[in-house]
Design a protein around this ligand. Sequence first.
Ligand code: ZN
Length: 452
Amino acid sequence: MMKLSVLLLTLILTNATFANENESLSFFSDRASVNSLQTNIQNLGSSEVFIRTQSVLEYFKVGKEPDSQNYLNDLKYIQTSAEISSVLKWFDPAQFTKRLMTLSQTEFSIFQDLDSKNTIDLSVHLGTTLTQPPLRKHSLRGLKIAIDPGHMGSAFWDKETGKYLSDGHGHVLSEGVLNLQTSLLLKNEFEKLGAIVYLTHDELKPVSSMDYKNFNLTPFALNELKDSTHQDWFQHLIASAPVGSQLNSNFENSSDFKKLFSESARSEYFIKREDLWKRTELIDQFDPDLVLIIHYDTSSSATGLNPKSPKQTKSFVFGSYEKTEFGSREARKYFARHLLDKNSWNESVSLSRAIVQKMHKNLNLDLPTSADSGSTQIEPGIFARNLMVPRRLKSSVPVAYLECLFYDRTDEYQKLIQQDHSLNVGGTPLPYSNRVSEIANTIRDGVIDYVQ
Ligand SMILES: [Zn+2]
């Protein structure tokens, strides 16, 4: 009985980590005992932990991270201290920044070392008077809209990403296809209203042109190592020996470390890193006024239907960093930029609100009030979450990351597989349903509400 309940608990916990857009790498396992780890790390003292961490990163040639101060130089409208305090709960619900940040009326600083706060990471002078960003445009005419259709689509990539459903009767529905169809229809609709629209991809393939089968894993592994310094497995190893050859070899012999460099990481490095980084880069180059990221949700990682899947829609905005996600200067600079930027976060919430309210009213989709793991509810239907594309975007613009609806709900699935119309995708007709049109039109109407 005891064993069975342990097994059940394990299953529940394992399932909980499969939130739809989980971007953490699936092969990490935290075997370190958390209690003994905390004791060991505390006994070492934060300065010693920092010194050991730097020595390990140097030994494995991670490369010194550039000064992140420059990354903030072009921020035009910086929040006041009071404004930062008021949104911090959405950015850092675990209050981890207490260990690496200081905030006064006139100064915001982040440090590289936890607790001791001796080594500055970046520091920004805060104004005390309110400076307001310019008012947004009131029409779609001339508005630059970037749309990122999530995932890739196509049989090969659906298998690699697992982002598809099969009803067991020969029908397969790909999320990548739904995302692309919705995005192409939105592009048409927005262009009719005079907007200038950019899609990160308009065919069923990745955005990155990197050679999937042959790319070098090492730079990705080193990047992951750099970002992992606050992970339990990394901290466990840091506590295992002082700076020197024993510490380095403990890392080299660890299975978590080895997995970073192994062939099994290839697909995740491509799908969850390279391809998403490329999308962000392209959106920033386009210099948009507004960004939409289009996805459809499922209630589990399985590829079957679920009649009990919720009838819901939602939008994610930047935020909800987890405590393991502050591990590198790069991670902290993204956090700081979004936290300090006066314009983009509040506008992202407003844009999200306009869209999910429209989806609720016009399509009768509910607005969820409970958050998935890794996200924090801001209001019904709107959640803060630290997702890759919004995180890395430098553009100080509203961004809505939409999970239009649960496409594994049996009734939605039946509507979505209908072939009512056809779109030309890369020279091939791709059938789509009335349901996809309804969703695209509703998102369009939400965006119109937002700009007015
Ligand atoms: Zn998705």
